[in-house]
Design a protein around this ligand. Structure first.
Ligand SMILES: [Zn+2]
Length: 116
């Protein structure tokens, strides 16, 4: 990724050199093309910054998923399936049954299970 940054920095440096040349020759068409190039490079710089940010976020997400050691989720199979809530069941609680709510913190699936 640092290669992309170096490439953009090098391209911006070339634009600066072209501007210096343009100051000497003062060609209107050359000046317009140079301005277009400058705009394109500015856009590329923004896109690279966005990609770096997205890449950092994705790496963080991968680290979180690799560390996960919960049960496998029945939907997405990530080890991110865990008990969110556990309480006496509204009907069968009187005979000791517990209602557990499971949630996958990866895909968001929730499920309730009656534990007897
Ligand atoms: Zn899941």
């Amino acid at each position: 990724m640092t290669e992309i940054i170096a490439t953009v920095a090098s391209a911006i440096n070339i634009v600066s050199r072209l501007k210096a040349i343009n100051d000497r020759i003062r060609d209107a068409e050359f000046q317009n093309v140079l301005a277009d190039l400058n705009i394109e490079l500015a856009e590329a710089k923004i896109q690279v910054a966005e990609l770096l940010s997205e890449n950092r976020d994705l790496k963080q997400r991968i680290r979180e998923l690799e560390k996960a050691d919960d049960e496998p989720c029945p939907k997405c199979r990530q080890r991110t399936w865990r008990v969110e809530d556990s309480k006496a069941d509204g009907v069968f609680g009187v005979v000791g049954a517990t209602r557990r709510t499971y949630k996958c913190w990866s895909c968001g699936l929730t499920e309730q299970r009656l534990m007897t």
